[in-house]
Design a protein around this ligand. Sequence first.
Ligand code: UDP
Length: 219
Amino acid sequence: SKPSYKWQRVLLKVSGEALAGDHTQNIDPKVAIVVGGGNIFRGASAAGNSGLDRSSADYIGMLATVMNAIFLQATMESIGIPTRVQTAFRMSEVAEPYIRRRAVRHLEKGRVVIFAAGTGNPFFTTDTAAALRCAEKVVLKATNVDGVYDDNPRRNPNARLLDTLTYQEVTSKDLSVMDMTAITLCQENNIPVVVFNLNQPGNIAKAIQGERVGTLIGG
Ligand code: UDP
């Protein structure tokens, strides 16, 4: 039998590339979303190619996440879900600044909070922002694959999808789930991480409601 979890509050991490659109329905727990920007701009790959220094490239990447956040906000509100966007650096004509207690208040009022601009610092990723903003309960990482495999499924057709994993296994086997900063932050704070496929209809709702989907990383 599959264990069932009832999260009280969840942090959904949506990568930029996954922002192709899906429906979110019957949201009952409190939901915060950290949005990525990789579909528009990725600092690490842009730097170097163009002679752009890494931190400038990363600031452009963070601005890309703000574009995605506003897009996501407009889309969610068009289907009747109230949202607030909070940014890690101030853009006060566009969105609220990140104020943790205020974010919690929005959640209590039934608004979905969308966190943009990552951590606000170059050299980090939005996965780390997800771990940082979460600091309790659970990180739900919505991706384009079904979960974590024991090998690269693109190269190895026999790669197996893993049901559960420990933090230790993720770091020691170098499974590319999240960057090390993000995964160790989750480990230190005992934040479980669920990696699941966003493209499968109904998966977001399942993950949010604590039904088992994808791979669960914990313990
Ligand atoms: N970024 C950053 N600091 C952060 C978060 C993001 O500098 O705290 C930049 C970085 O350049 C990154 C880009 O923003 O490549 C987009 O974020 P990310 O790659 O995490 O997006 P995703 O892969 O989730 O789409």
